[in-house]
Design a protein around this ligand. Sequence first.
Ligand code: NAP
Length: 248
Amino acid sequence: MTSRQTILILGGTGEGIALAEALQSVPNVRVVSSLAGRVANPKLPVGEVRIGGFGGVAGLTEYLRNNEIAAVIDATHPFARRMGWHAAEATAAARVPLLRLERPAWIAQPGDNWTLVNDWDEAVAVLRISAKRAFLALGRQELAPFTALTDIAFVIRAVEQPEADIKLADAEIVLARGPFNLADERQLLQSRRIDCIVCKNSGGDATDAKLRAARELGIHVVMQRRPARPDVSQVGDIAGAVDWVRKL
Ligand code: NAP
């Protein structure tokens, strides 16, 4: 890049934070990180941050134009279902280059006992016939489908307290934010006599210790597949994204 250009990072992930940090060393680049504002106390990236939705595709398109954004990097979570589609449409409308930064998905290894599902309703159907004590490693806004399972004891791990109106018959809430290590995951699963873990295929090494512990302990994992994404240029790591910015 020759003149100073503004890169918008759509964040809310560890990758978003690491990328903002890494781009500090690229000359003539100004970085603005954008967060949805879901978490009351988010971990903030270095540099400029804006918080809150853009107001759909139209709002994001207007933002890109008004703020003279030179390029967008979509570093949102693999399970953020909407933002990537909005970014694809808005960048096409505003004629701004877009890159998707997405960590590789987890792949089952020998010893794993995974059942892959497309959504939580499918997970509920699997749990109904196979689980007695389940560990739900998913977002606090995603618990509603599991209230149908009144014969299962749940351990729920979330970053913030789930909504009070979600009523699970038997549930222990563990408030924690990753990364999690193998010894702690093993202890959590064994002390609660968990027979099934429910999670998303988030990928990465911040939260994969529960899968390694499940492999060791022979625990069944019900894992949601990643949602569909628009077909855009993609890299799997920070170095690839920095390289893309340098070549703009
Ligand atoms: P989503 O379904 O893709 O997005 C819903 C709406 O939230 C979007 O339409 C947009 O609102 C706003 N939004 C999302 N990401 C944004 C960002 N980085 N900056 C500004 N606005 C954003 O996403 P979600 O599942 O609700 O997740 C929200 C955020 O949490 C994402 O940034 C994601 O990276 C992070 N996160 C999600 C998960 C997960 O499992 N879903 C896990 C960890 C972190 P407007 O239409 O008004 O622009």
